[in-house]
Design a protein around this ligand. Structure first.
Ligand SMILES: Nc1ncnc2c1ncn2[C@@H]1O[C@H](COP(=O)(O)OP(=O)(O)OP(=O)(O)O)[C@@H](O)[C@H]1O
Ligand SMILES: [Mg+2]
Length: 419
């Protein structure tokens, strides 16, 4: 399938551009004069929104779950269209992007380590190998084994424990468990995801039990070009408390004292390199236990961030992560120098419970804009993971406190009715 040829700049093949960061990649490609191609399944392409379909210079239709076939199809496509860069957008395909880049001789990540950016068990091993502070963990296959490990493990993970699938995102199947009573249910919930849609990719069915890391949470993205890491500003992340940790918002800059922010950036860059990122971008999440100043890495993904963080970071700093990512995969030096010192915050509208959306109304306040994700009549999932979000608000201001307060005010004045 090939559509219009578009601008005649260098071509970048994106392995599945569907997802939150896809629109930022499209915008960035437009700014850079890059021809953007997608590798996807024909059925998935049929469901692409118009803005994505029309932005693409061409589509490599293949089966991304069949690695030998996908590599063969995409390599032939790269040759035919003189593709000069490979980018993954969807976390689960980041190892495939590394393999393709190696195969066609383009800048990419280290294929020997790339699986560590997809699979949290391999990630734990990669962090341990590089002595990166991270929660202790154990792997279990079912609830009975989880009970045994929680009881008997000599170094003890303690309570609460975090239970999560080996491969998944969006907080799906992640829960914080206070004691043995809920452990079985949590393991079953983490094991529920055996395939990732929309491609039906088979997932590692194993479950991680992780030591709970207390403290505030932050994220920091790192652009890596030819193995050189360029960490971006730190973003503060807010989540719900309790059993399910769903993001409620992000704020940039983080408000951390400069030396602690520098420590987060340094650790995030180390985490990106530990999972094999060499030409691309990584999104790293950390928690800082009170009184330690030491960031513990919760996870890192070899992809652009979700949650409209590209928009938040650019509004605050003037740095386009998507432009930097495209430049890195093309083997060019990324521009990560902040152009301004403003602030921006995003807040998500979450329901108190699941049901059917009856009404959603986000007021327009100066310096803010809102977007609804669900429409009246849509089913609203229980607030257990990111699929329950009804909408979001982005606010810009001169300081992170003001940006956060402004976004909070819009959320407080929004009307959400779930029946
Ligand atoms: N070991 C831990 N200690 C404390 N909190 C944790 C731990 N692991 C996960 N969490 C909390 O649960 C959230 C989701 O976990 P994690 O990031 O591992 O899953 P995910 O599905 O990849 O999430 P997402 O894609 O939403 O970032 C984290 O952002 C954090 O708030
Ligand atoms: Mg996460």
């Amino acid at each position: 399938m090939t559509f219009s040829t578009g601008p005649r700049g260098p071509g970048v093949l994106v392995i599945e551009p569907m997802g939150n960061a896809g629109r930022f990649l499209v915008e960035a490609a437009d700014r850079l004069g890059v021809r953007l191609y997608a590798a996807t399944h024909k059925d998935v392409h049929d469901g692409y929104p118009d803005w994505l379909r029309t932005a693409l210079a061409g589509v490599c239709a293949t089966d991304l779950t069949d690695v030998p076939r996908a590599l063969g199809d995409m390599a032939a496509f790269c040759r035919e269209h003189a593709v000069a860069g490979i980018a993954a957008c969807f976390e689960l395909f980041t190892p495939l992007a590394a393999l393709l880049a190696r195969r066609v001789g383009l800048p990419g990540n280290d294929p020997r380590l790339a699986h560590a950016a997809r699979n949290k068990i391999r990630m734990g091993e990669a962090f341990a190998a590089d002595a990166i502070p991270a929660p202790r963990w154990a792997v279990v296959h079912d609830a009975a084994e989880a009970h045994r490990v929680a009881r008997e493990r000599p170094d003890g993970l303690g309570w609460p424990l975090v239970v999560k699938p080996a491969e998944q995102g969006g907080s799906w199947g992640v829960s914080v468990v206070d004691g043995p009573d809920r452990l079985g249910d949590a393991v079953d919930a983490a094991r529920r995801y055996t395939r990732a849609q929309p491609h039906g990719l088979a997932l590692d069915p194993r479950v991680l039990l992780q030591e709970y890391v207390a403290g505030e949470e932050y994220s920091c993205d790192t652009v890596v070009a030819s193995g050189v890491a360029y960490p971006l500003p730190v973003v503060r992340k807010d989540t719900t408390g309790g059993r399910y940790r769903v993001e409620t918002g992000h704020t940039c800059p983080s408000g951390l004292p400069a030396p602690v922010a520098a420590q987060v950036r340094h650790t995030a860059a180390r985490a990106a390199l530990a999972v094999g990122v060499r030409n691309g971008i990584a999104h790293t999440e950390v928690k800082i236990p009170p009184g330690t100043g030491t960031p513990y890495v919760i996870e890192t993904g070899a992809r652009l961030p979700g949650d409209n963080l590209c928009e938040v970071v650019e509004a605050a700093t003037g740095v386009s992560e998507a432009v930097a990512h495209l430049r890195a995969v093309l083997g060019l030096v990324p521009d990560t120098v902040p152009r301004r010192a403003d602030a921006a915050a995003i807040r998500f509208l979450l329901p108190e419970h699941g049901g059917v959306l009856r009404r959603v109304d986000i007021p327009d306040l100066p310096g803010t804009h809102g977007e609804v994700h669900l429409r009246p009549g849509d089913a609203v999932p229980e607030p257990a993971d990111s699929t329950c979000r009804i909408g979001h608000v982005v606010a810009r201001a001169k300081t992170p406190d003001r940006a956060g307060a402004l976004a909070d005010r819009v959320v407080a004045r929004s009307r959400v009715e779930v029946g």
